[in-house]
Design a protein around this ligand. Structure first.
Ligand code: GTP
Ligand code: MG
Ligand code: ZN
Length: 339
């Protein structure tokens, strides 16, 4: 009895908070509408979302300058990289009134497993990993599967090569394996220019999002590529070896050369694990690109590539056409989908 009463009271409180929120949004909308009608906002113009903080956005105007904008209450879910229509208000701020169609969007599951957009209108995903903190065994495969499922081209970047042993170590070998599969790979270190030049060449003329574990050096690399910007970089402490989540929100930067835009870079917060629970078994299979020539050649049409006789994938592993570690990684990802 008392329990029910309490929950009714809780419900009432939740309703009240929601009603207040809606009424605030409504008031703001009415205010916007009045201002728009009164001509207090300028003409519609295109812009690009550089970063967002709740319902406040930083929009880049046509001249490349940042404008702080708020969002009309009927608009939701803007992300860094979105192309928008906005109108200038007084005092240098503005209001975003519409979002244009997205060419591409990178999504990832949040802590509760809900799929959330991270960045929009991007051409390539830079999967950054490092000698320290060392990648979990199948982290790179998980990123690649996620990238293949979005149709945005992935690029592998091994950073902190200054910490590699002379012979390149296990990670050096691993990287070559991915190069052999056809993925572009770049080795970098903030300690010298050679790798940065290769990275710059890979970024030119494209919009790229940097993803990867916290502490691998995403912000450090972008900071070096953009002499005019200064990014927050993780402290060099014992703790930062584990990654400290220094970057907290995705932000778009413009790479210029001779005053001409020559590529766009999006820094993103590091993540512990790239969950793939939003993908189907088929998506995961398709995400292993070297499996493709063998798919459809198993004896059984519904082969799940476990122990079935006449499985073309298992045969390819036997004959060395598919690397056994990649296949083991595939199995592990499938098992994690069931969990
Ligand atoms: N030795 C070495 N250290 C590096 C290199 N690149 C970055 N670091 C260091 O790695 C640490 C983490 O760098 P960040 O750039 O903050 O890493 P991040 O990937 O942006 O991390 P989050 O923002 O938390 O996702 C800092 O202490 C950097 O100085 C490198 O090439 N070599
Ligand atoms: Mg960072
Ligand atoms: Zn099979």
């Amino acid at each position: 009895m008392s329990k029910r009463k309490l929950s009714r009271q809780q419900q009432w409180r939740v309703d009240k908070v929601q009603a207040e929120r809606a009424s605030r949004a409504e008031k703001r909308d009415v205010r916007d509408a009045e201002k728009l009608a009164a001509g207090e906002y300028g003409a519609e113009q295109p812009g690009r979302v550089m970063a967002h903080f709740g319902r406040t956005l930083e929009v880049r105007n046509a001249e490349g300058a940042p404008v702080r904008c708020h969002l009309r209450a009927n608009l939701e879910g803007m992300v860094t990289g979105d192309r928008v229509i906005w109108r200038a208000g007084q005092e240098g701020s503005g209001v975003v009134v519409a979002r244009e169609e997205r060419d591409t969007v990178l999504k990832r599951p949040d802590a509760r497993g809900q799929l959330k957009p991270v960045a929009a209108n991007i051409d390539q995903i830079l999967i950054v990993f490092a000698v320290e903190p060392a990648p979990h065994p199948n982290l790179i495969d998980r990123y690649l599967v996620a990238a293949e499922a979005t149709d945005i081209a992935p690029v592998l970047v091994l950073n902190k090569t200054d910490l590699l042993p002379e012979d390149g170590g296990e990670l050096g070998k691993l990287l070559e394996r991915y190069r052999a599969l056809g993925y572009p790979v770049v080795r970098t270190t903030t300690a010298d220019e050679a790798g940065l030049d290769a990275l710059r060449a890979q970024l030119e003329g494209r919009t790229s999002v940097f993803v990867g574990q916290s502490g691998v050096g995403k912000s450090s690399l972008i900071d070096l590529l953009l002499p005019d910007e200064s990014l927050r970089i993780g402290a060099l402490s014992e703790d930062s070896r584990k990654g400290t989540h220094t970057t907290t929100t995705a932000r778009l930067y413009t790479m210029n050369r001779d005053e001409v835009t020559d590529g766009e870079l999006i820094d993103s917060p590091g993540i512990r694990e790239f969950g793939l629970i939003h993908l189907t078994e088929q998506d995961v299979t398709d995400g292993f690109i070297e499996f493709r020539p063998f798919l459809g050649h198993c004896r059984f049409r519904d082969c799940r590539h476990r122990e079935e006789p006449g499985c073309a994938l298992l045969e390819a592993v036997e004959t060395g056409k598919i690397h056994p570690e990649r296949f083991a990684s595939y199995r592990r990802i499938l098992d994690s989908l069931d969990a």
